[in-house]
Design a protein around this ligand. Structure first.
Ligand code: NAD
Length: 483
């Protein structure tokens, strides 16, 4: 077992660390099912206090902080994250079960890159001057200013907490907003340590606050609070809808990054070896607990057997175990409910007539493990329509491009899509027709801080990352001076 870093378990509220009068919640190690520690769980009164602190500093010290200084602070935080990368990775692997090689090797570096990218934006958020028709015969100097939206609630899921938080935190701070972070019940530890680093970086007190707690209590209170101007949420569609309803009181801005059922289309002319490797990553990375997981695999009939053999071999090669073991390639699911949910879909798939190609079981012992699982079937089955959020995929054959696109688009979701082909014209043509927020060609889910991310249809509202992330965290004010 790895050395466990010191755990931070209090609320970070108004620049101070404190317990909650509303009680605690217990966080567990999904690889062993053992309790790790109790964490303060914010109640309504804590949320209210945090909103007041966020509002005071928003109009006070933070408003008076030069934009370039916001960039300096973001870079300082990136330096501290770099220094503590191992601690942050270990904490994230401990409570949500992703491999250390993924948390430390991918999620934490993504956070660092996002912080640095938006540090650069902080003093480059411009308005425009507007040529115009004048006012009652007089000339008008008209221009726009981009201003912060205000107090932003960042509500984060458990499957990659630091990475997803970075997408919310960095653009919000670069644009001059204040942020109240609500981590997920199952995975607060890495974000609480980040709170320590935010304190060490010396952001003014209240600019960033961390309020772990239950979605039904702290999350609800943030979404309803009239002092919160925007909710930036990543999580399930069901909770996304609830947040929209709860945000109606003061017409909050919302960015909703919701689930997916993303297609991967493998054409007959693709580099099949690369396509199999990439498709397997899209199915099994983070035990399938990835919003962009490519769980519907459409394969041209001419290469169906080769692809199935390759994916079966990739599944068999997975080694389930502790996220801290170097030989492990797949960790556990986050909790027992998630494991039961995933196994329920395996049963449903078989009951609907899908053919099990490999997996479908759960190894003996403690921990919430599910084998990498693959079915063949049709796009109308529940396992092809509903987000499973586990290592379960379905392979569906197709005969021509139009059929592949039609099947891929036949989904309630539209987050990401992958096209595997050796034909550049086909790649662009298919990418243009796919209903998705992001399309990867010959690579599953390429991304980075420069590339906007978000979904169409039930996969969400709005975009994070890139310049779109700045637009989403600012309001436009038009100033017109009669001259
Ligand atoms: P979830 O919706 O259950 O919870 C997400 C967060 O919302 C947690 O912090 C939770 O405490 C909070 N929450 C729960 N109820 C709430 C309420 N009533 N009001 C306010 N907040 C509330 O999702 P999850 O199970 O943590 O994460 C898995 C889901 O997230 C999957 O559907 C997945 O596809 C999605 N996801 C999407 C992306 C993306 O970028 N699109 C990224 C990661 C995860």
């Amino acid at each position: 077992m790895t050395n466990i870093p010191q755990l931070t378990t209090d609320l970070f509220l108004g620049g101070h660390w404190m317990g909650s009068s509303a009680g605690t919640l217990t966080t567990y190690n999904p690889a062993t099912a053992e309790a790790i520690t109790d964490i303060a769980a914010a109640g309504e009164a804590d949320v209210d206090q945090a909103v007041r602190a966020a509002t005071t500093v928003l109009h006070g010290e933070w408003a008076a902080t030069a934009p370039s200084m916001r960039g300096v602070l973001l870079n300082k935080l990136a330096d501290l994250v770099e220094r503590d990368a191992q601690i942050l990775g270990t904490l994230e692997s401990l409570d949500m079960g992703a491999l250390l090689s993924v948390t430390q090797g991918f999620f934490v570096p993504d956070l660092i890159a996002t912080l640095r990218y938006y540090a650069g934006w902080a003093d480059k958020i411009n308005g425009h001057t507007l040529p115009n028709n004048g006012y009652m015969g007089q000339s008008v100097l008209s221009y726009t200013i981009r201003e912060p939206v205000g107090v932003i609630a960042a509500i984060v899921p458990w499957n990659s907490p630091l990475m997803v938080l970075g997408w919310k935190l960095a653009p919000a701070l670069a644009s001059g907003n204040t942020v109240i972070v609500k981590p997920a019940e199952d995975a607060s530890l890495s974000i609480l340590h980040l709170g320590k680093l935010i304190e060490e970086a010396q952001f003014p007190a209240g600019v960033v606050q961390v309020l772990p707690g239950r979605g039904s209590v702290a999350g609800e209170a943030l979404a309803k609070h009239l002092g919160v101007h925007k909710v930036s949420f990543t999580g399930s569609v069901e909770v996304g809808r609830r947040i929209l309803r709860n945000s109606a009181g003061n017409l909050k801005r919302t960015t909703l990054e919701l689930g997916g059922k993303s297609p991967q289309i493998i054409f007959g002319d693709a580099d099949i070896e690369a396509a199999v490797m990439g498709t397997a990553a899209g199915l099994f990375l983070n035990s399938g607990q990835v919003c962009a997981a490519g769980t519907r695999v459409f394969v041209h009939r001419s290469v169906l057997d080769t692809v199935l053999d390759g994916l079966r071999a990739a599944a068999s090669a997975q080694v389930l175990g502790s996220p801290f073991e170097e030989t492990t390639t797949m960790g556990p699911l986050v909790n027992s409910a998630q494991k039961e949910r995933v196994l329920g879909y395996v049963t449903k798939g078989s009951a609907e007539g899908a053919t099990l190609v490999t997996g479908g079981g759960s190894p003996e012992g403690t921990g919430h493990f599910v084998e990498p699982t693959l079915f063949t079937g049709t796009n109308d089955m529940a396992i092809a329509r509903e987000e499973i959020f586990g290592p379960v995929g379905i392979v569906v054959p197709f005969d021509d491009d139009a059929e592949a696109v039609a099947q891929a688009n036949n989904s309630d979701y539209g987050l990401a899509a992958t096209v595997w082909t050796g034909d550049v014209s086909r790649a662009h043509e298919v990418a243009a027709k796919l209903q998705a927020g992001a399309v990867g060609v010959n690579g599953w889910a390429p991304g980075g801080p420069q590339m906007p991310w978000g979904g169409v249809k039930s996969s969400g509202l709005g975009r994070e990352l890139g310049y779109e992330g700045i637009l989403a965290d600012t309001e436009v004010k038009t100033v017109s001076v009669i001259v």
